[in-house]
Ligand binder design. Sequence first.
Ligand code: IPD
Ligand code: CA
Ligand code: CA
Ligand code: CA
Length: 281
Amino acid sequence: AEPFVIGSKSFTAVAINTAAKAGQWIKTKLGDINRIDTKFSSQDLVTEVDKGSEKLIRNLIMTHFPNHSILGEEGVEPGPEASAKALQAMSDEEYLWIVDPIDGTTNFVHGFPFYSVSIALAHKGEVIVGVVYDPSRDELFVAEKGKGAYMHGKKTEVSTEEKLEVSLVATGFPADRQGALVVNLKGVQALSPKVRNLRVAGSAALHLAYVAAGRLSGFWEIGLNSWDIAAGALLIQESGGQVTDTAGKPYSLAVRNILATNGKIHEELQQELAAAEATGF
Ligand code: IPD
Ligand code: CA
Ligand code: CA
Ligand code: CA
């Protein structure tokens, strides 16, 4: 049983409050970054604001739920193998918070206003709460398993487009320039003539929230991590959309190659991506 905590709040209330606090703090640090380091590759950036945001988030979650576990990007060794291992070691925890303290660090560093805070709570490996907060537009997307997804009190719903040719679709250019990016570029080459247009705005979590809100009809990216996806995946599922890996397997925390859509274009998009990967350039 949960221990009694003074000021006890629901999981969702804590997720919302924490994401909003972290996001507002991050925004005060825009243009005031003292140190930019690189992690796994020269394109994989981290600042003291990423670390500060993660610390703030950990502290707030621990205040309310001291028994819960937290998986945060900046608490894990860089690189795809280490992050997969860290998730594996924790994915059986009863309550696991999965945190991306700034999704879109490159945008944040350059002052390009498309970055977010992503916080999810998984119960025995299943995501039950997801929050993505965009401080630039002050938009907070929240989903609770089985109860729908909302943005500022209004239910979010995926778009109604049924064909790629009328769909606005997004992807990402992963920091892993050798492996994941090369695969992703095959998808870009195959898809760009088939869709209405492509967007690559630089925050996977926010792109997923936009699919949930019907602003995009689909999103895919190769080589992401659990903290990029977990909150956004629940937002989409609770908004009537579909989330799988790029091979069409149902979403789980371990999925790295994500395909998320309004459901209606899912199969068409998945087949195009599969064909692109099989044939290459
Ligand atoms: C990155 C962003 C970006 C995506 C990268 C991610 P970060 O997360 O989501 O859009 O293309 O693959 O790593 O490092 O800014 O949290
Ligand atoms: Ca990062
Ligand atoms: Ca991220
Ligand atoms: Ca991050």
